[in-house]
Design a protein around this ligand. Structure first.
Ligand code: GRF
Length: 200
């Protein structure tokens, strides 16, 4: 399968995906990286590994999605992975890719959607947190859960310490979730009607 990753920032999850799904990998290969942020380290990481990467500077959702869809189609992309992508996609984009569009979020969803997750987890005195890979639907950090992993919250944790622990988990969790998808072992409920065709 041919994979695209959308990332807005430093791209450590992208790096993990590039390692797990390098060019020519039979199960899946990352063939395209797109960012709304021309400064994103993610673009650099992709190019370093010989993967095509484009900045599509944000001029509104319609323009971004138009360009993105064009590239996804042109490169024959089968599944799209959001990895620190900080924009909300439109209902029509999400519907077109439903079942083959994943996101990773650094909490045990449905708890703590949105931003500043680690701060809020610490403030609430949680003993445990984690990360969730989910199928993207029209909400923010909603959509059917594909896979979760857990890590402890330790005494004296700062948001930064917790973030680092969750990130290490994410770098194993996201490739694992993508493998399940590509092997046909994970499918979302048919919220938008049956999938047009199975993943290659
Ligand atoms: C990750 O924690 C991910 O769960 C969230 O944004 C962060 C991205 O980090 N959606 P990175 O850019 O992959 O390093």
């Amino acid at each position: 399968a041919r994979l695209a990753v959308l990332a807005s920032g430093r791209g450590t999850n992208l790096e993990a995906l590039l390692q797990a799904f390098p060019p020519g990998n039979p199960l899946g290969e990352v063939v395209l990286v797109l960012s709304d942020n021309p400064e994103a380290l993610a673009l650099e990481r992709a190019r370093r590994r010989g993967v095509e990467a484009f900045a599509l500077p944000w001029r509104g959702r319609k323009a971004f999605e138009g360009e993105a869809l064009g590239l996804l189609r042109a490169r024959g992309v089968d599944a799209v992975l959001l990895a620190g992508f900080m924009r909300l996609l439109s209902p029509s984009f999400v519907e077109a890719w439903y079942g083959r569009l994943l996101n990773i979020h650094p909490s045990l969803l449905p708890d703590y959607p949105g931003l500043n997750v680690h701060q809020r987890v610490l403030a609430a005195g949680e003993k445990e947190t984690g990360s969730t890979v989910h199928f993207v639907d029209q909400g923010m950090d909603t959509g059917p859960i594909l896979l979760q992993g857990r890590v402890p919250v330790l005494p004296g944790d700062t948001p930064e310490a917790l973030e680092a622990r969750v990130l290490r988990l994410e770098h194993r969790l996201y490739p694992k979730a993508v493998r399940l998808l590509l092997l046909g072992l994970a499918r979302p409920p048919e919220a938008f009607g049956p999938l047009a065709e199975p993943l290659r």
